[in-house]
Design a protein around this ligand. Sequence first.
Ligand code: HEC
Ligand code: HEC
Ligand code: HEC
Ligand code: HEC
Ligand code: HEC
Ligand code: HEC
Length: 310
Amino acid sequence: MASGRLRGLLTVVLSTILIIILFSAASYSEPDERKTVGFSVCKICHSGEFNSWSLSLHKDKGVECEICHGPGSLHSKKPSKTNIAINVSSKSCSPCHSTGDLDSIPAEGNMLKGRIQVNEFLASPHAGKLTCVSCHDPHSQKVVKSCSTCHEGKEEQFKGTEMEEAGVKCIDCHMPEAVKLNEGSEKSHLIDINTDPNARLTYFVDDRKVGSGYLTLEWSCLTSGCHNNKNIKWASELYGVAHGAKGLTRDIKEKMGEIENLSNQLSEANSKIKVLQEEVERTDVQRLLLGGLIVLTALLVSIYYFVVRS
Ligand code: HEC
Ligand code: HEC
Ligand code: HEC
Ligand code: HEC
Ligand code: HEC
Ligand code: HEC
């Protein structure tokens, strides 16, 4: 009897505890409905990110924190890495920096269409190796890694060339303004330069509505505004200069100067030689005439003697 009562009491106590636990768990579990709270809330704890973002074009265009990081109501109450999103993939930028099918590059006429950085990036040699935020700070959008950080060898080659000394930068050739916007043009993210003089930026199909996955010498050298008085043949013969192949590095320039100097001296010497030779020739003629005159006089004298005296 006693053990039966005890068992009953125990059951009641245990179930009460269980109910209390379940009830409290239920009442403490937060609704998993994340809402957006606005950047002024994020600003309280993330002043660094807020400060660089607040001076950016994204701020001006209303690209707020939660567009990239997702709704932050839960996170703001109980900050944790698990309740806020971070997406470094270039696809996270594609809602606004791409057009149409990401595997193709939309073009129009002879230029690429505007705001297609993700389409271009995916066709570039950087696809799969970098993301947009490898080069750009996601908050200020400024370029925080220059080409030379990762391509030291290329920078070495470029250093001391005539163009480097004239202030030309990597992006002047590798990111020319081949992208057309309504309001102007944008720098291309294709990066790769096809050096074939017959290569085209846009395919000659489908009314040139598809771009090729590379830049052409036309865009890198001619239409960039640097050599618009030259032609594609000129560019295809000389592009190697950019990386020192047939490059006019400083010491080669000095040697070429010396050669020119010497050849100037040579042609000066040659013309002097010519003048002297002419003088010599003239003296020869005079001598010949003088000799002739002497012989003639001698002949006349002897004729006189023979004829007059005989
Ligand atoms: C009350 C302070 C606070 C507020 C408000 C706040 N955060 Fe945070 N946030 C933190 C803390 C603390 C961490 C670090 C969490 C950790 O390391 O576990 C963090 C981390 C992050 C991270 C990094 C997550 C990761 O995986 O590394 C992001 C992104 C972030 N917050 C975005 C936001 C955004 C967007 C807002 C506004 C919607 C916001 N935060 C509001 C305190 C806050
Ligand atoms: C255009 C998209 C975008 C916007 C807008 C944006 N972020 Fe970020 N944020 C990112 C990306 C991408 C990363 C991850 C960067 C990385 O890991 O290299 C990041 C990282 C962070 C981190 C983690 C930093 C760290 O060092 O771990 C915090 C905190 C953060 N963002 C807060 C904010 C806040 C606050 C705002 C608004 C003022 C904001 N972000 C707006 C894309 C964005
Ligand atoms: C919700 C739309 C949206 C998203 C998402 C977005 N951007 Fe933008 N971004 C814009 C707009 C709008 C501009 C203004 C320039 C324009 O109109 O093309 C801009 C401009 C930029 C600029 C040029 C800034 C300048 O000062 O010239 C960079 C760089 C940039 N975004 C990088 C990114 C990166 C990297 C991501 C992804 C991490 C991203 N954006 C995500 C809308 C967006
Ligand atoms: C290899 C480095 C690198 C990568 C990767 C990169 N960018 Fe850029 N981006 C640049 C440079 C350099 C500029 C030119 C900045 C300048 O004008 O000084 C630029 C310019 C821009 C601009 C402004 C274009 C203009 O001419 O007005 C936008 C928008 C942009 N990038 C978005 C993106 C997006 C989105 C991604 C990812 C798909 C991306 N970038 C990937 C280096 C990079
Ligand atoms: C964060 C590092 C990083 C930055 C910054 C960067 N690159 Fe690259 N780049 C790479 C990697 C990684 C590859 C692919 C590896 C390879 O094939 O060499 C690559 C490949 C390339 C290629 C193709 C190389 C080949 O052998 O065909 C070119 C061209 C190039 N980058 C130019 C640039 C230019 C121009 C810039 C500046 C706008 C730049 N890169 C900025 C890392 C970077
Ligand atoms: C005057 C235009 C010009 C400038 C400036 C320039 N490049 Fe190039 N770059 C080219 C051309 C053209 C090619 C393609 C030539 C080739 O295939 O050899 C090329 C090729 C490359 C390659 C791929 C080479 C390979 O081995 O396949 C890389 C990487 C590169 N450049 C990086 C850079 C970097 C980094 C800078 C700045 C320090 C820079 N370039 C400056 C025109 C330029």
